[in-house]
Write a protein of this length. Sequence first.
Length: 218
Amino acid sequence: MRPSLMSWIGVGLIALAMSGCMRTTAPQAAAPRADLDALAYRTAPAAMSAHAAMPATLANAYAATEGPYRLDAGDRLRIVVFGQEGLTNTYAVDAGGSITMPLIGGVRAKGLSPAELAGVIAARLKKGYIREPHVAVEIESYRPFFILGEVTAPGQYPYVPNMTAESAVAIAGGFTPRAQRENVKLTRTYPAGPLTSMVPLATTLKPGDTVMVGERWF
C-alpha cells in the first residue's frame, strides 16, 4: 500500500521539528559551562584568601601598610660602609629606637626602612667625615614577637619570617586545655598607633606583634 500525500507531509514536519531542536540545543550546552568557569575564577581567590575572614579594620590596615619593612627597637642590623672597616659592624636598635655608630653617634632608626636609614647614615658621614660614603643596611635578625594567654609557655620569642599565628602557638608549646582555638587577638603597631583585632590562626605575623590566646568559657 502506497503512503498517502498527508503521510509524507507528516513525516516531513517531524523531520523539520527534530532538526530544529538539534540546532537550538547545541549552543545552549556550552553557554552555562562558560559562565560557571568565569564564576569559579572570580570567586576562587576570595575563598582562598586567608584575610577573607578578618575584620575590616585590620584588613584595611594590612593593605594600607604594605611596603618596606620599618625598623624598631630589637632589630639587629648589619651596616656596611664600603671601604671603612671601622664603621662596618652589627648594630642593635635600642629601646629608644636609635643605633649608635662611631664618628656620628646616635642615629634615629625607628620608623625608617633599611634603605632610608642607609641614606641618613650616608648624609651624616658626608658632613665632615667621608667625602663620598656608600652605605648598605640589611636586617641581621628581626625584633621578637610576643605570645600571651592560654599557651603552655607564654613569653617573647625570636621572629621567623612568614610565620603565622598558628606557628607562634606551636613555638609557645601549644594551646592549654582551656584555650580558645578558632582565632586569636593580634596587636600590631602602625605609624598611627597600635591596632588590636581578632584574626584567624592562618594570619601572617610581623616582627613586634603581640598574640593573645583567649580562654574559652564552655
